[in-house]
Design a protein. Structure first.
Length: 422
């Protein structure tokens, strides 16, 4: 197996770090259909900021390409394309299906296709495998084999690297499962967990983020309750966390390409087999409401201070879906933006991590690079970037009018320094 050449399909937050790790051990062809992305990587630049320029310059064993011919001679294909949801929240498997069609055209006897994209249990064998068979004319588990090893990348996390996070592995046969497991053990120093089947591996991934979604939903609901009881949520959580087995979750906006998406994959499959998952749906409903909850609280505080809502200048600090990363996929900060836009306010979004062109393309919003002094009627801290932690109350007051509302959704300031917080 050591002599087999690997192709990584999809060079986003998951595929690129994986390609770099495998590139330390063997020849890797790193493929993506995005020409601009390939050109940037060839010039040792990663706009996701997951891999440094120096690391990319040292990747002598990696060929970055968008030419299908370059991966034809590979024997192992690892698919790391994104799996988003449609506007109706149903699974959007189009990127996965297109990648499978593409691979089917070049698939050879003996090849191994491993999927890392998050899906519902059964998707690999029920959706991807038939596509591979039709496109290649080959027979599954006779001519070619599949594996599933769900990604566990945490964007922006510089402590937990791909190699230091334990990896779940699986294969379509006993032999292919062992091959997949051995392959990842080459680069995962934290070790692997060989699951009993591909379906088990798929299910393990989708419940990781569903569990986290539900935990945050509980804290978000508690935040709503405590606000009505005039109790500070952070004080309550700090007290509760003094017990060893209390889970330290915080309230906030829940977006991104994992936690805000993956539960819908499980919901879809559950409904398909005749069961409506009420608890998971309820958690999603609560978390999707939090943009409106923040808006409502800020509006109430503005009313208390007799600040007119129409034409008010609102500053939203942060637009990425989480702190210290440039990823704006499925950011729920957009909900807060749209709510205030609907109310007739003027909104500035400030986020030094965001690519302004990408924000304009994906959400039709402008991200400002410089903050004006004495401008804002309300300031909302929406994302806990380290840079925002450097702002004191005095700093923030410089950008606001004499009478303004400061709302902290991320606990960056003390309760006595803000007008409201989650």
């Amino acid at each position: 197996m050591q002599n087999k050449k690997i192709a990584i399909i999809g060079l986003g937050y998951v595929g690129l770090p994986l390609a770099v790790e495998f590139g330390k051990k063997r020849k890797v062809i790193a493929f993506d259909i995005d020409t601009k992305r390939i050109q940037e990587l060839q010039n040792s630049f990663d706009n996701s900021k997951e891999v440094s320029s120096q690391e990319l310059k040292n990747t002598k064993n990696i060929l970055f390409t968008n030419d299908l011919i370059d991966i034809k001679n590979c024997s192992i294909f690892i698919v790391t394309v994104q799996t988003p949801v449609h506007i109706n929240k149903g699974p959007n498997l189009t990127p996965l299906i297109n990648a499978s069609k593409m691979l089917g055209d070049i698939l050879k006897p003996g090849d191994l296709v491993i999927y890392e994209s998050t899906v519902y249990p059964g998707a690999t064998e029920e959706v991807c495998v038939p596509v591979l068979e039709r496109a290649s004319g080959l027979i599954f588990n006779k001519d070619f084999y599949c594996g599933y090893s769900p990604e566990r990348i945490n964007p922006g996390d510089k402590e937990r690297h791909v190699s230091t996070i334990k990896k779940v592995t699986s294969g379509s046969t006993e032999a292919s499962a062992k091959e997949v497991d051995a392959l990842y053990n080459e680069i995962i120093i934290a070790g692997t967990y060989l699951a009993e089947s591909i379906k088990v591996a798929e299910a393990s991934k989708v419940i990781e983020n569903t569990q986290r979604d539900l935990n945050i939903a509980l804290i978000n609901e508690l935040s709503i309750i405590f606000n009505k009881l005039d109790i500070d949520t952070e004080f309550v959580l700090n007290a509760a966390e003094s017990k060893w087995n209390f889970l330290p979750f915080k309230p906030g906006l829940v977006g991104g390409h994992c936690i805000g998406v993956d539960p819908y994959y499980l919901i879809h499959k559950s409904k398909e087999v005749g069961y409506t998952p009420e608890l998971i749906l309820s958690g999603r409903k609560i978390n999707e409401h939090m943009g409106q909850e923040i808006t409502n609280r800020v509006v109430e505080l503005m009313n208390v201070k007799n600040i007119a809502l129409l034409d008010a200048n609102i500053l939203i600090m942060g637009f990425t879906f989480k702190e210290n990363c440039p990823d704006i996929r499925n950011t729920r900060v957009i909900d807060v933006y749209k709510n205030f836009k609907f109310l007739g306010c003027n909104i500035d979004i400030y986020d030094p991590w965001v690519d302004t062109l990408e924000a304009r393309k994906e959400y039709n919003v402008d991200v400002v690079n410089v903050l004006e002094k004495n401008k804002y009627d309300a300031i909302i801290i929406a994302v806990a970037h380290d840079k925002f932690r450097q702002y004191s109350l005095i700093n923030l007051k410089e950008f606001a009018k004499k009478s303004f509302v400061l709302f902290d959704a991320k606990y960056l300031l003390g309760k006595d320094q803000v007008d409201g917080r989650l």
